[in-house]
Design a binder for this molecule. Structure first.
Ligand SMILES: Cc1ncc(COP(=O)(O)O)c(C=O)c1O
Length: 497
């Protein structure tokens, strides 16, 4: 394990992982002495969340148009995080009535809340209408439902229509929401019947267009193409009877660099750069023998390559064509890149709404687990931890990569091995990471799963009657439990009918 890596707010110091100024293992020990399970638990950096929000706000404010930043609650509904978002000036995007209820209970301004959903139950629409929240209309039956409810309540509703711009995204198929065949939204060229219905219903006022093209997006050009289509439609509607149009809700979806540090735990001999180099570079072939590199990670191998450049054995150009350049943020689009991609199209009469989830909280948390033991089964080595798919389902659901590393120096002297890191859940799909080249941890050693701030605790479950874990927020040198872990009573109480 190398020192000083991961990020500004999760860093190794002398091989111990810190969140801001707090040693992660100190929290594990303290939880245990407060009669909570010592692990697993989610650990958030408050300063990372604040920084993520600031990056969006600065990117938007530099553009000079009116904008609204909504946090997508589905990414993480932890109340402490929602309160932080409120303090930072964000509104919220909601996908269910209960999320709306939670937002109202936290005193968010109802008129800035945005209720989404391709299937809403009457009470959910009713609550949004009564509270005068913005409603996203997904299709014709949702529009008819909204008009009916407004008539019954003798209220009007401000609505946006969610359009589908038919963009094919290079992301996991479950995360493509803006292409033909998606269950979300209405094709941009098939919305005339909805527009006619809105024209004829004084109960609904069309105030904007919405689009959410997908999630984990790395290619900001897709936003540019989408917004161009949205703006053309917006202008067309505004000059053709819909004079109240003002919102352009561009959705969320910006990805985060989950694999940024993958070279640290990739075995050199299994890395693509090893194969490329060994096949094509005779000088390097003489320098590196597979026997001596067998124990090396791709990251350490890259360090060695850079040394060859210093020694004049490898050219700089050849070296940089091979290495992964860990840590270069330019490889991954930032909020500034996202906002810059579409800002040319925005006119003075438009209010831009962005509703990111992942890119506001994804990199702000780790899951801290403890190693239960290691085992070998045939040609596979396993690290078995007390955290698994019930806490971090993304690897199992989307084949997603989350970086994993020890939180403390190992007391085991066996050395590095290629491991699958798995949980204790009774499912073959219960894994956190595969083929990770890690130091063999001692039993009880801390292990961190990184970048779990979005879509992890919010998708956590009690499968196998496991207790959903504690959530802790660090702020500088201080930390607070902001969600207590489940207890046995939480599991059985709902059955007492
Ligand atoms: C309508 C809508 N807006 C915003 C988001 C947030 O997306 P992300 O977390 O990828 O930024 C989602 C998530 O799928 C969504 O469905």
């Amino acid at each position: 394990m190398a020192n000083e890596y991961f990020s500004e707010f999760f860093r190794y110091k002398s091989d111990y992982l810190f969140c801001e100024e707090v040693k992660v293992d100190d929290i594990r020990q303290s939880l245990e002495s407060s009669c909570f399970p010592p692990s697993p638990f989610f650990l958030y950096s408050r300063n990372q969340i604040q920084k993520n929000v600031r990056l969006y706000q600065e990117a938007l404010s530099q553009r000079g148009y009116t904008s609204q930043l909504n946090f997508a609650v589905k990414a993480n509904p932890n109340v402490a995080i929602l309160k932080e978002m409120k303090t930072l000036g964000c509104s919220l995007t909601l996908v269910s009535g209960m999320e709306l209820r939670l937002a109202l209970s936290l005193n968010f301004d109802p008129r800035l809340l945005m209720l989404n959903g391709n299937g809403k139950v009457d009470w959910e629409v009713e609550m949004a209408v009564r509270e005068k929240a913005l409603l996203n209309i997904d299709g014709m039956f949702n529009l008819e439902q909204t008009i009916r409810i407004c008539r019954n309540l003798k209220c009007t509703a401000r609505v946006l229509v969610r359009i589908n711009t038919n963009m094919h995204m290079d992301v996991h198929e479950y995360l493509r929401t803006g292409e033909l065949g998606s269950k979300f939204g209405t094709q941009i060229d098939e919305m005339d019947h909805m527009l006619d219905a809105i024209r004829n219903a004084p109960e609904v006022v069309l105030v904007g267009l919405h689009c959410h093209i997908g999630s984990t997006i790395q290619d900001v050009d897709m936003y540019r193409k989408t917004v161009k289509l949205m703006v053309a439609k917006f202008k067309d509607l505004k000059t053709n009877g819909f004079s109240e149009m003002k919102y352009l809700n561009i959705g969320g979806g910006l990805g985060i660099p989950y694999t940024k540090h993958a070279a640290r735990t990739t075995k050199c001999l299994q890395s693509p750069i090893w194969n490329t180099l060994i096949e094509s570079d005779t000088v390097a072939k003489q320098q590196f023998k597979s026997e001596s590199c067998g124990d090396m990670s791709q990251y350490n191998f890259e360090v060695e390559l850079k040394r060859l450049v210093n020694d004049g054995i490898l050219t700089e150009a050849r070296c940089s064509s091979l290495i992964s350049d860990e840590g270069l943020s330019s490889e991954h689009p930032s909020p500034v890149d996202l906002v810059s991609s579409f800002s040319d199209f925005i006119a003075d009469d438009m209010v831009v709404i962005l509703e990111p989830g992942r890119s506001l909280v994804g990199n702000a948390a780790i899951l801290v687990t403890s190693v239960l033991g290691c085992k070998n089964n045939g040609d596979k080595n396993f690290i078995i931890t007390d955290g698994g798919m019930t806490e971090v389902i993304r690897p199992c659901l989307y084949g997603a990569y989350h970086h994993i590393d020890l939180t403390e120096p190992t007391r085991d002297l066996t050395g590095r091995r290629l491991y699958d890191v798995v949980g204790p859940v009774c499912e073959c799909g219960d894994f956190l990471g595969k083929d990770r080249f890690l130091n063999t941890p001692h039993s009880g050693c801390g292990l961190a799963v990184f970048d779990v701030g979005a879509y992890c605790s919010s998708q956590a479950s009690n499968y196998n009657l496991r207790l959903r874990p504690a959530e802790v927020i660090v702020d500088g040198q201080n930390w607070t439990v902001v969600r207590r872990p489940d207890c046995f009573d939480d599991l059985v109480r709902p059955y007492a009918v």
